[in-house]
Write a protein that binds this ligand. Structure first.
Ligand code: ADP
Ligand code: ZN
Length: 432
């Protein structure tokens, strides 16, 4: 039986949701225009007035915001409430450059935690559960967001933060944790450590995991589900829109429902900024319609995915987004071919390797080189390493259309991640 945190909203008819979004958008545009000089200037430049936005049908008239705007306006330039009403800042992990700070009123924190409570409920979480949160705490949104959601649901919350993996497992066993929240790469590491410590899935009570903050493949999902004996669910979000919980996966595990009562999604062509219809791959853009302190309108996330309104078996009517296949700026162009690290991960796991790998790109004599180091499992150690490397290189070439150099390396020789994994080193940038 599917359970909802907010049944009315999560199963609302399309017409009612649109009405709610229309009202909220009109009020939000007015709030931003009146209080954020930076965005008012952008609207003025485009010749748009708040009165021109009468419903979500007029969304396309508004200017976009990008990470560059956030950096230009750093730190207070996009603040829409007096500082006296703000109670918190969080900051991006800085994966792709200078950090960005976001501000929250108490109302903003409440709605963010509410979104995380929906995600926890969607994986079966109730006040009977013990929820172990091993996302980082602090400026990073992962820990605080899921922590707040877990409290709302009434789970016994273990605010572990990341790191000290053996202690994570000890607490998991001693306290009988049933839900695990962390990055997928850390979940894989926890699973590996559990088995290294001589335990099996029978020694723990975990039933579900809520994993996000970085891209991960379906193959990775299956591998984590097996090693921890759980169902693994995706969760998505970004600091600029609040944090995790912008969208979350349900029992169907085929994409994440977007909390449309707070965030209006659009998909655009990243080059032309043209809005694309549902079903087409493009860059995800969000408009926050309820946030007070840091309400971004038409924010370009740089994440690439597809939106779908296909009926979901869980009963939720909230639109779904596919797993982001990566950020537009994660995409590597190697010898003219577009390559996403996730494509390589898919092949590796399909071929029976662990999700521990490192992609290195360089340019030698004006030609791009692609080197992929992949860890062998202990049982894969053998004399025919060269043949195995060739086999894997062929499989990857079939997927990507270009040939990599594959290096099979010793078990446990690639550094594990406790947060967001670093899987790519692009040395070409150093030469530029
Ligand atoms: P940073 O941009 O510095 O990493 P954040 O910590 O706010 O800052 O991370 C947000 C980004 O993390 C998103 O824009 C997206 O690229 C990535 N992300 C978050 N959740 C997921 C997910 N479930 N799948 C893929 N990528 C994700
Ligand atoms: Zn669903």
């Amino acid at each position: 039986m599917e359970r909802y945190w907010n049944e009315e909203i999560e199963t609302m008819s399309r017409e009612d949701m649109k009405k709610l979004q229309d009202e909220r958008l009109v009020a939000q545009v007015k709030h931003v225009y009146e209080n954020v000089e930076y965005y008012r200037n952008l609207m003025d430049e485009k010749g748009v007035k708040p009165e021109d936005i009468k419903s979500t049908d007029d969304l396309y008239k508004l200017p976009f915001l990008s990470k560059t705007d956030l950096r230009d306006a750093y730190p207070y330039g996009l603040l829409a409430k007096p500082l006296s009403e703000c109670v918190r800042i969080q900051s991006t992990s800085g994966t792709t450059g200078r950090r960005v700070v976001a501000f929250y009123t108490q109302h903003d924190i409440d709605l963010w935690e509410d979104c995380c409570a929906r995600a926890i409920t969607a994986v079966g979480g109730t006040d009977e559960d013990v929820c172990q949160v091993c996302y980082g705490y602090g400026l990073f949104t992962g820990g605080p967001g899921l922590n707040g959601g877990s409290h709302k649901v009434g789970c016994l919350t273990l605010p572990m933060s990341s790191g000290n993996t053996e202690r994570q497992i000890q607490f998991m066993r001693d306290l009988g944790s049933t839900i695990l929240c962390c990055t997928p790469s850390y979940a894989a590491y926890i699973g590996e450590t559990l088995h290294d410590m001589g335990y099996t899935t029978d020694d723990i009570k975990l039933k579900a995991g809520i994993f996000g903050a970085e891209p991960w493949t379906e193959e990775m999902r299956r591998s984590i589900e097996k090693s921890l004996g759980i169902k693994a669910y995706d969760i998505y979000g970004l600091t600029e829109t609040s944090g995790p919980g912008v969208s979350f996966e349900c029992s169907e595990q085929t994409g994440m429902h977007i909390n449309e009562d707070h965030f209006i999604p659009e998909i655009i062509n990243p080059d032309t900024e043209e809005v694309l219809p549902d079903g087409e791959v493009g860059e995800l853009v969000f408009t926050s319609i309820t946030k007070e302190a840091f309400p971004l309108l038409r924010y370009r996330t740089r994440d690439l995915c597809v939106l779908s309104r296909k009926k979901c078996s869980c009963g939720r009517t909230l639109i779904k987004m596919s797993k982001p296949m990566g950020r537009s700026d994660d995409m590597l162009i190697i010898r003219g071919v577009n390559v996403f690290p996730s494509q390589i991960e898919t092949v590796l796991i399909e071929q029976g390797y662990s999700p521990n790998y490192l992609i290195e790109v360089d340019r030698v004599n004006n030609t791009d080189t692609l080197d992929i180091s992949v860890e062998m499992n202990p049982e894969q150690l053998s004399d025919d390493v060269k043949d195995k490397e060739k086999e894997l290189a062929v499989a990857i070439r079939t997927m990507l259309g270009i040939s990599p150099k594959v290096h099979l390396v010793a078990p446990k020789s690639i550094t594990r991640s406790e947060g967001k994994a670093v899987r790519v080193i692009d040395r070409r940038k150093l030469h530029d």
